[in-house]
Design a protein around this ligand. Structure first.
Ligand SMILES: [Zn+2]
Length: 335
């Protein structure tokens, strides 16, 4: 997540300040709390995964194991700062993953390059099936803040969590060999001001025209509002929507609850009306009139800090989110 007031800089001297937390990001919190008193009942999870060839190779691995493995690798890449060798290494890892999943690249290359004054970067894009009609696009940014002197920013929640969730969504959908019109994108440049998603929307008109819905996952591995509410909401998740119908809203809520998540849905326009100053990769799509759904467990005291580490991640929640998005995509395919 890109927080404009932080002005891209990582200020190591800034102490986390709870009043700032309220004032800047959660100026909508109070409203949300009134809206969001509903808690879903927990249901027995029914696994509907069919095992794919890829999954059969690792039959002992659960979704949690796979997400953990992916996240461990992502946080080992020195903060994945855009326009560095680490960013390219991350993109290569994601490209190889898409190849392993036998996905379909765009113009024979999973890497979609873009440039700015700093050099060349790439988003990583692929589809489950050949693109013939409109598709749902699922995305997460893979970049983070890199290193600053002796300080390393691992970006476990921001956004290794979203990337590993999207990788698991790909595995789950791929495993059942469904003929779904769904494509996936891993953005770079998010932490530098949504560079990757802005470039994608600007430079790939043919793909953007075919995008009927964009689902973005950014920071999905932590407790939602726990720090403020001082009470546990381990499976809470925030969902910011733009341009979707009541029916789709219901589909989102139903599938989140089915996967034991406690969703809180908010409209993008409501968030903006409270003067929110944070940005994410679904926004360039909104500006093109494409409906969007953005999943996030929100800011926390380790946001853009060295302490955004993997040991604080709730892997069950990432898996639940991946499964909920998978179910939402299946349900919406018939709309
Ligand atoms: Zn961020």
């Amino acid at each position: 997540m890109y927080y404009k007031s932080f002005d891209r800089k990582v200020n190591l001297n800034t102490e986390w300040n709870l009043s700032m937390f309220f004032k800047k990001f959660f100026n909508v919190t109070i409203v949300i709390l009134f809206i969001a008193q509903s808690r879903c009942s927990r249901e027995e999870e029914v696994s509907r995964e069919k095992k794919s060839d890829v999954l059969r190779k690792n039959p002992e691995k659960t979704s949690v194991d796979r997400v953990k493995d992916d996240m461990k690798y992502l946080v080992s890449l020195n903060g994945r700062k855009s326009f560095t060798a680490d960013s390219l290494k991350t993109a290569e890892f994601l490209k190889k993953f898409m190849q392993t999943m036998e996905m379909i690249p765009f113009k024979n290359d999973f890497m979609i390059k873009y440039s700015d004054s700093r050099g060349t970067e790439q988003n990583v894009f692929g589809c489950l099936n050949p693109v013939s009609e409109k598709f749902v696009l699922v995305g997460a940014h893979f970049d983070h803040l890199g290193k600053s002197g002796n300080h390393l920013f691992p970006g476990a929640d921001d956004n290794a969590s979203g990337v590993s969730a999207v990788m698991e969504i790909i595995r789950l959908l791929n495993s059942s060999k469904e003929k779904l019109n769904v494509c996936f994108i891993f953005f770079s440049g998010e932490e530098m001001g949504l560079k990757g998603s802005k470039a994608f929307v600007k430079e790939n008109e043919s793909l953007v025209k075919k995008t009927k819905l964009m689902i973005n996952l950014d920071m999905v591995g932590r407790e939602f509002f726990g720090i403020i509410m001082k009470k546990s909401s381990p499976m809470g998740i925030g969902i910011i929507t733009d341009g979707i119908s009541k029916n789709v809203e219901k589909t989102i809520t139903t599938n989140c609850e089915k996967n034991m998540l406690s969703p809180i849905l908010l409209g993008e326009s409501l968030i903006r009306s409270f003067g929110a100053d944070y940005y994410y990769d679904s926004i360039p799509f909104n500006k093109k009139g494409i409906p969007t759904i953005f999943f996030s467990t929100g800011l926390h005291k380790d946001y853009h800090a060295e302490s955004d580490t993997i040991d604080k991640i709730n892997f069950d929640k990432i898996v639940a989110t991946a499964k909920a998005v998978t179910d939402i995509i299946r349900n919406l395919q018939n709309h």
